[in-house]
Design a protein around this ligand. Structure first.
Ligand SMILES: *[C@@H]1O[C@H](CO)[C@@H](O)[C@H](O)[C@H]1NC(C)=O
Ligand SMILES: *[C@@H]1O[C@H](CO)[C@@H](O)[C@H](O)[C@H]1NC(C)=O
Ligand SMILES: *[C@@H]1O[C@H](CO)[C@@H](O)[C@H](O)[C@H]1NC(C)=O
Ligand SMILES: [Cu+2]
Length: 678
């Protein structure tokens, strides 16, 4: 933690110095630099404890406003009079109140900042909210929504720049909303190319920095959390966690403080078990285990680990147990050999011969050497450790555990905070990372690792697709239903809580076995929200991607209390409208063992290529839960098809999967298939 504090202090200095040198916004854009966001017209963001929207505040000259209601003496235009102390206040009661601001000109709007009434009554804070834009003042498009933490700190809604002249903020107001000031930001317009590059938006605002998250297989909700604090982990009280859940169906973000498990779940390991429960181990309270039961929407305390750990990785095993290893960030440095959890008996067993020292990187700091393992449960209770150490290993879970070298990622290096994704059965793509946790250049290196049997060397194809176009560490990624891998964010030089050297252009790896380099990398639509340390990505049930987070550093400018939806190109027409999707009508049986045959009924003919994608959980660049397995559909007539689950237990690991069928490259909305352990 101490190191992270120093890094933070250093970083803040660096960011300030740089932006003050930039005088001219247009010039800054041309030079590809971060524009000066501290020189403000209205709202003073010099103490903002999060990142402001990209671009520059728009001068308030010529603005007009209307609002649904005002309390006497608190007219709507007092929300942008640059005067601290005068404010707009809406009437109380009613479902929602809103303020619409009309700008002088149409510009590309990138976000807003709200200054709530300072020192005001908390019942007047705006929590639930929506931000919408309009070019004509009549037709509105929602660009951000969610829930802000209820206090008087400035609130940000940042989004992909959209051309508009009218901005509307609305939200429920049982006691009336009081807003001291609103700033609106403009940025460079990014010409969309949705059918080739995909599209960003909307933004979902969270009351916490979403540093860790998992998808609830039953509802499709994203369950996210920060630490004991909604904006920080330091100066920790521990023993509790601030969580927030986004429901894509209800389009709401709700918050919950989890204290019953006496567990600060910051820096934890996460695994989804075969019932889709979210098992969270260690972290800031290094010995604890908390489990979120997705079936009854409740957290409960489970048995603590044998060793206290933080930044360990965990992986579900072929038999439904869960393996953990490493984690010297918390509870003492070194000797963090394996242990295994059995959810059926709620017991932990040490695996002292699953030797962690074999997966150490050569980081200058010993407590960083065993962090964030790239673990993949495989057959016979084994776990394949693909990195971040250049050395790869097999860990067995029987008896007191085993360890066997699995070869090296030749042509790579230690790649801490890189990513590893199983994009097809036994095929792992690894990319990025850096030799040390921080203060080192990141790499563009990409590898394809092919697994065969446990305890045998894996096959490595170096320089996969020629490597990423951009060097990245602290990036995040998901495998998509078509087997391509989406990558976003990261820094080319890793500094926790730093926001320099950021990568804003996501990339897509498309595997191609006939290509000598195993596939190709392609740039996607540039993102405008920085996603670096503590950011994450998850695949959603509808085939879109949830990308959010970053920061969690208290009163520092690198906090990001939001996530965005990225819609891949496969779902979009040239004009941005949604493409027609194939549809799954039923799946039977929906709970199966390895080797089983599943019948699918669709609404019309579909491609023979389909896939099952295991639900994901993630924090700190690690997602050991997601994996995609391509399946071949056999037509049995009348829009009915069958496919087989791989027969070797551990290939389709126990757990919940999203079944996607495809039609001309367009995936369906998914339907769940559960694979159970034998
Ligand atoms: C508002 O003004 C008061 C009094 O001048 C000052 O103490 C306070 O810091 C100001 N708040 C903001 C957010 O500028
Ligand atoms: C999870 O919730 C379901 C539904 O209430 C319940 O049947 C089950 O026992 C719970 N599991 C655990 C481990 O508490
Ligand atoms: C790190 O990258 C920068 C920018 O590309 C380069 O100038 C520098 O030499 C690199 N440092 C090392 C040690 O490779
Ligand atoms: Cu961290």
């Amino acid at each position: 933690m101490k190191t992270e504090f120093y890094a933070l202090a250093f970083l803040l200095g660096a960011v300030r110095a740089r932006v003050e040198d930039l005088k001219d916004l247009e010039k800054a854009y041309q030079e590809g630099k971060t524009p000066d966001t501290t020189k403000v017209h209205g709202v003073d963001v010099s103490t903002l404890s999060q990142t402001p929207p990209q671009g520059q505040q728009i001068p308030t000259d010529g603005w007009t406003a209307d609002c649904t209601s005002t309390e006497s003496g608190h007219d709507c235009d007092l929300a942008f009079d640059d005067n601290n102390g005068t404010f707009w206040q809406s009437a109380s009661g009613g479902n929602a109140q809103s303020i619409s601001i009309h700008l002088k000109d149409e510009v590309a709007i990138s976000g807003i900042i709200i200054v709530p009434l300072q020192g005001g009554d908390e019942t007047h804070f705006i929590e639930e909210h929506e931000v919408s834009l309009s070019t004509d003042g009549e037709n509105w498009d929602r660009v951000a929504y969610g829930t802000w933490w209820p206090d008087d700190s400035q609130k940000v809604a940042a989004f992909q720049p959209r051309k508009a002249k009218h901005v509307r903020l609305s939200g429920p107001a049982p006691n009336g909303i009081a807003i001291d000031d609103i700033a609106i930001y403009q940025d460079k317009y990014i010409t969309p190319n949705p059918s080739k590059l995909g599209a960003w938006g909307p933004t979902i605002d969270f009351p916490v920095v979403p540093v860790s998250a998992a998808v609830d297989a039953h509802t499709g909700d994203v369950v996210a959390w920060s630490a004991w604090g909604y904006d920080q982990f330091v100066a920790g009280k521990g023993a509790k966690t601030q969580t927030a859940t986004w429901s894509p169906n209800k389009q709401t973000v709700t918050k919950r403080t989890v204290s019953d498990t006496h567990h600060d779940m910051f820096c934890s390991g996460i695994s989804l078990d075969e019932d889709s429960k979210i098992i969270v181990t260690g972290g800031a309270d290094g010995g604890q285990t908390s489990i979120y039961n997705t079936t009854d929407d409740a957290w409960f305390q489970a048995a603590g680990m044998v060793q206290s750990r933080g930044y360990q990785a965990s992986a579900t095993l072929s038999d439904g147990r869960m393996f953990v290893i490493g984690g010297s960030w918390s509870g003492g440095v070194g000797g963090k050999n394996g242990e295994v959890y059995d959810p059926k008996t709620n017991t932990w067993t040490s695996l002292d011969d699953a030797k962690v020292v074999k997966m150490y990187t050569k980081d200058r700091r010993t407590y960083r050497r065993d962090n964030h393992g790239w673990l993949f449960g495989w057959t016979d209770g084994y776990t394949f450790q693909a990195g971040p150490s250049q050395q790869m290993n097999w860990y067995g879970s029987s008896g007191t555990g085993t360890q066997q070298g699995a070869g090296q990622r030749t042509g790579d290096q230690d790649a801490m905070c890189g990513n590893a994704v199983m994009y097809d059965n036994g095929k792992i793509l690894t990319f990025g990372g850096s030799p040390w946790y921080e203060d080192k250049n990141a790499t563009t290196n990409a590898n394809i690792i092919s697994l065969d049997k446990p305890d045998q060397d894996a096959t490595v194809l170096s320089n996969a697709g020629g490597g990423m176009h951009y060097a990245r560490t602290f990036h995040s990624s998901v495998v998509l239903p078509d087997g391509s891998v989406f990558v976003n964010g990261g820094q080319s030089y890793g500094v926790p809580f730093g926001q320099d050297d950021v990568q804003m252009t996501p990339e897509l790896f498309t595997p191609d076995a006939s290509n000598e380099q195993g596939g190709t990398w392609q740039d996607l639509e540039t993102n405008t929200i920085i996603r670096v340390y503590h950011s994450l990505s998850l695949l959603l049930q509808d085939g879109t991607v949830f990308t959010g987070g970053g920061g969690l550093c208290g009163e520092c400018a690198s906090n990001h209390f939001d996530a965005q939806i990225y819609t891949p190109a496969y779902l979009l027409n040239e004009d941005g409208s949604p493409r027609d999707r194939p549809e799954i009508q039923s799946v039977s049986p929906s709970s199966v063992k390895p080797g089983a045959t599943v019948e699918v009924t669709t609404a019309g003919p579909v491609d023979t290529k389909a896939s099952i994608v295991r639900y994901g959980s993630t924090t700190h660049t690690v997602n050991t839960d997601q994996r995609r397995i391509a399946v071949e559909l056999k037509s049995t007539g009348d829009n009915k098809y069958t496919f087989d689950i791989p027969s070797a237990p551990g290939q389709a690991l126990p757990g919940y999967y999203m079944l996607f069928v495809m039609k001309d490259g367009v995936p369906s909305h998914s339907v769940n298939v559960q694979v159970t352990s034998d």
